[in-house]
Structures are given as C-alpha cells and as structure tokens.
Design a protein around this ligand. Structure first.
Ligand SMILES: *Cc1c(COP(=O)(O)O)cnc(C)c1O
Length: 386
C-alpha cells in the first residue's frame, strides 16, 4: 500500500507540474484563445443568432476542409447527430445495431431512440475500440445473409442494420478492417467520432470511412461550440436528407410554412457555430499541444512502469483524453481516491453498457477485453496547456 502511495504521489506531483498554478486540475477544460469574442460580437450584431446564419454554413464548410469529408451538417449536439445518422442509415423498429460495450452512453442511447437494439461487442486491447475479430466472430457465429442481401441475427431473426464503432478517447479504431467486414455483410458503418476530431487513420480523418460519421463539440471535447455536433458524409443524398430532417422537414417556399414529415429541430444555432469557426482555426495548434502533453505523459509513465495508452500503428491520435491502465481494480480505486482528494481530477473509464440497468438484457459476446479494461483504465488531465 505504501508503495502504491508513493507511486500515486509521484503521478499527482507530475500532473501538478504539467498544469502549474491551479488549485484544482480538471480533466478537460475548453480554451478560448482565438477569435471567439470577435466572432460572437459580429454574430450578435448581425441579429442572426438562431437557426439560420452564415456562421453555420462557414463552420460546415471549414469542417469539410479539415476532415476531407465532402459534406457536413451541423447539429445541436453529437447525440442528435448520431440519432439522425442512424435514421438515415435506415434503422427500423426492432433492428439490431452492433457497437462496443466500452463507450459513452450517447452511442447506445442514439440506437435506442430509433427503437433498435444495441448489440455490445468486445474491445481491441490496443485501440480500446470495437474489435474487428469480435465483430467477425459474432457475425460468423450468430448471423446469416438472407436472400434480400441483408444480414440477420439467426437467434432473433432481426436485421443487423448498422455497425457503430467509436474512436475511444480520440484513438482511432481499426476502421479499415471493420469497414471490410461490414462491407462483406452489407452492414452500413456509422462512425461515432465524437471524441476524435483531429485523429487520423492512415492519414484519413476518422468519421470519413463509414457512410456517415458524427463529431461532438460539447464543452469537454477537443474543440467546443458550447453544445454542438456534426454529421459528416461523402454522400450528397444523405447530406440533403440530413439537412431536411434536422430543420423540421420544412419545404423551402417564399412565405408558406410547409413540412413534409415528422422531423426534428436539431440544427446548430448560428451563435454556437461562431464559436466553432474560431475554435477550428486553433485546432491544429491544440492538437500539437495535446500530442506534446501525451508524449510527456508517455515518458513519465514508462519511468514508473505504468501502462500509458498510446496511439496505435497507422494512426495519429488527437489524445483527447489521456488514459493509463492500472494492474487491477483495487489499485485503480486507490489511485482515483488519492488523486481526486489531492486536487487532480481523474475518472475511471465508463461502466460497460450492459452493466447499466437499461441495457442489461442486450446481446453481448464474452467481453473479455472490455471487462479487463473497465477495471483498469483511468483518464487523467488532458487540457491544452496555455
Ligand atoms: C461526447 C460524446 C457523444 C455525444 O456528444 P454530445 O455532443 O455530448 O451529445 C457521443 N458519443 C461519444 C462517444 C461521446 O464521447
């Protein structure tokens, strides 16, 4: 125990040196060091603060330039973006959607909003995200491709209508392998890239491999619009549909107010997009800064023999939230207790989705890696250092 305490002291002292002059060090703070105030004043002076305005278009345009996606649609938050993307992927009541047990609850909730059932599969130890082996094994063991060309679960007879891999803490999943497996089974991939703006797999931005990807600009993410999200896609049909159903399915007309389906009020307000435009200008700088922090953490943790979660081969991570892996749950809990009591915010990785009451009856595989990670992974402060 005293040995552990000594190790914990060293870690907390290191983090305090990294983020000096702070009484309490949070996990992830936003940084407003660009044109935010200037753009906000301009937005307010224009009168267009709400659901239409030039900053929304500009923000979408800049996101396509940065990510390389052909199209982007800004939404009120990342969860709404995922909800809409899953509707457009064609989810029907009772369908099943494959995702990972290690994720933030928004992934599972967006699937549930479509009256579909999540299937929670195991993680890859290296990336923390959906394991391609687990995916392949589940499809081979439990599913068949029927005459209509789609994949069905043999046990439940439900269609598997999408796969939603999530790039955990900004580290890209093995997205090429996942897309290949899903392609062979005619399953559309919707990437939950909420945490991974600025992260690349083989130099291609996360969220651009599937038929759609989503980003989040919540206050704790790498860049923020206060609240906000984005759907990115290369498909122009999907772009049109996404714009339509995020704006109450209103038909364009000089004065009539007409709608052609039940839809959503999910478009990002202009005032949020002003923040997005300013934040995006600083993104490359923020990522460099975060990668430097990760490098320092990596060196430090190797010197005290604690596993630091590093980017995997072929990837360039944004290191949104840095993570370390303890030897077991007792050591993890002791560290959480020690660090949080000593002015350094740390958090365990999310509870596995099927461990939550509302998802406890969902299908899973053995989740061997997921359970191993759930007991050991801890996030440590990762804000851009100014
Ligand atoms: C943050 C996050 C979301 C949702 O984003 P909001 O903008 O908070 O709705 C979805 N999925 C994951 C994995 C996230 O981390």
């Amino acid at each position: 125990m005293s040995n552990d305490n000594h190790k914990f002291e060293k870690i907390v002292a290191f983090i305090k040196r990294l983020y000096p002059n702070k009484e309490y060090i949070p996990l992830h703070e936003p940084r407003f060091i660009g044109a935010e105030k200037e753009y906000l004043i301009d937005c307010i002076d224009s009168g267009f603060v709400s659901s239409v305005g030039e900053y929304v278009n500009r923000f979408e345009q800049k996101i396509t330039e940065y990510t390389g996606a052909k199209h982007a649609v800004a939404t009120v938050n990342g969860t709404a973006a995922l909800h809409v993307a899953l509707i457009l992927a064609g989810l029907k009541n009772g369908d099943e959607v494959i995702t990972q047990a290690v994720t933030f609850i928004a992934t599972a909730n967006a699937i549930s909003y479509c009256d579909a059932k999540p299937v929670f599969l195991d993680s890859d130890r290296e990336t923390l995200g959906l394991s391609p082996e687990a995916l392949e094994q589940f499809l081979n063991k439990n599913c068949i491709i029927k005459d209509d060309g789609f994949t069905y679960n043999k046990k439940t007879n439900n269609r598997i209508s999408a796969c939603v891999p999530m790039h955990v803490f900004g580290h890209p999943v093995k997205i090429e392998e996942i897309c290949q497996i899903c392609g062979r089974n005619n399953i559309p991939v919707v990437e939950d890239a909420a945490e991974s703006i600025g992260s690349f797999y083989k130099e291609r931005h996360t969220g651009t491999f599937g038929c759609m990807g989503i980003l989040s600009f919540n206050g704790n993410k790498t860049i923020t619009t206060g609240g906000g999200g984005m759907i990115i896609t290369n498909n122009e049909e999907l772009l049109k549909k996404a714009k339509h159903i995020t704006t109450t399915a209103r038909i364009s007309h000089p004065w009539e107010i007409m709608h052609d389906k039940i839809a959503f009020n999910y478009r990002m307000p202009n005032i949020n997009a002003t923040l997005g435009c300013a934040q995006l200008e600083k993104l490359p700088e923020h990522i460099e800064n975060k990668r430097k922090i990760a490098k320092q953490y990596k060196e430090f943790f190797s010197s005290i023999d604690i596993h630091f979660v590093d980017e995997s081969s072929f990837t360039r991570s944004n290191y949104w939230l840095n993570a370390i892996i303890f030897n077991g749950i007792e050591e993890r809990n002791a560290f959480l207790e020690y660090s949080n009591n000593n002015g350094v915010m740390t958090r365990p990785i999310w509870r596995l989705m099927p461990d939550l009451d509302m998802y406890k009856n969902c299908q899973t595989d053995e989740l061997l890696n997921a359970k191993w990670l759930a007991d050991r992974v801890v996030n440590i402060p990762s804000s851009v250092i100014i």
